[in-house]
Design a protein around this ligand. Structure first.
Ligand SMILES: [Zn+2]
Length: 300
């Protein structure tokens, strides 16, 4: 994941960037790593958003699809834990590093499920303003055909899998998926573990929404709950709490400087994250980019 986003930052901040260029990115060295989290639930990592997989008697349910070029590797990793095909694919949100394999998995027969704003954004031209990145409308087979507004439940593989909407969090279409019996929660990009997060203001994301999503999961999770972040390693409730507190502290500091009328350059120059950079600043967003992102979001 780190590499993809460095690519985004390096290539895209100053130029318009079309998603198809990502199709030419070299995924040949990417390997899909599988971690078994319960009898039926797995976390899989490759490049792009972390995958969640439920595999059992009823078939395979997958959360997110990374990049199109990785579909054969993802299918091979899934085949190692189940002989059954992917029956359902749920997208945590519309971003291309979580939905790039939709077309392939749709063609292979998966029913795609997502919050209704994911379908809206995938079916029209997209724009991620912070990266100056344009995306093309997806073909019909890549779109969610089951959409919901607030939440949806799937009775699968011996448990009631619950997906619920986190309004205006990382985007305006985020879902968080809870596997109660397995004691696993997949938070999509409402949680970046051990790194500064990106919040997509131009897709309706907000700091307040991410904090609300984290608070909701903190209420649900126990000390042993395994929390899959959109990016970063598997997390715990303590990791999520640390993330929530970091985001709340830095955004409060940036908001108060905005209130004082400080310009973006002044806020960045004040290095409001200096004490935190050793722990959080080596991931997808550099400290300065993180502050810039927060400033743009909180100024709105
Ligand atoms: Zn995202």
């Amino acid at each position: 994941m780190r590499k993809d986003f460095q690519c985004i930052l390096a290539v895209c901040t100053s130029t318009l960037f079309a998603a198809p260029a990502f199709a030419q990115q070299d995924f040949s060295k990417v390997e899909i790593q599988t971690d078994k989290l319960s009898d039926t639930v797995y976390m899989m990592t490759g490049s792009g958003g972390n995958l969640g997989v439920s595999a059992g008697d009823d078939g395979v349910f997958v959360i997110d699809s990374q990049f199109a070029a990785l579909t054969p590797k993802i299918q091979a990793a899934i085949a190692k834990v189940s002989a059954k095909p992917v029956r359902f694919l749920l997208n945590t949100h519309w971003h291309f590093d979580h939905t790039g394999g939709n077309e392939n998995l749709g063609n292979a027969g998966a029913i795609i499920v997502a919050q209704e704003n994911v379908r809206k954004r995938l079916s029209s031209e997209g724009f991620i303003a912070f990266f100056g990145m344009k995306t093309k409308p997806e073909p019909a087979i890549a779109l969610p055909i089951v959409t919901f507004t607030r939440d949806v439940k799937l009775q699968l593989n011996g448990e009631e899998i619950r997906a619920f909407y986190a309004p205006n969090a990382h985007t305006d279409g985020d879902s968080i998926v809870h596997f109660p019996k397995s004691d696993v929660i997949h938070m999509g990009d409402t949680f970046f573990n051990k790194m500064y997060p990106f919040i997509d203001t131009s897709s309706g994301g907000s700091v307040a929404g991410v904090l609300a999503a984290a608070d909701r999961v903190l209420k649900t999770a126990g000390d042993k709950t395994k929390i899959i972040p959109g990016h970063g390693p598997l997390g715990t409730k303590a990791d999520l709490k640390a993330y929530r507190d970091m985001l709340a502290a830095v955004s409060a500091g940036v908001a108060s400087q905005i209130k004082q009328g400080k310009k973006l350059e002044e806020v960045v120059a004040s290095k409001p994250t200096a004490q935190l950079d050793a722990a959080w600043g080596k991931g997808f967003l550099t400290p300065d980019k993180f502050v810039e992102m927060l400033y743009g979001n909180l100024k709105k």
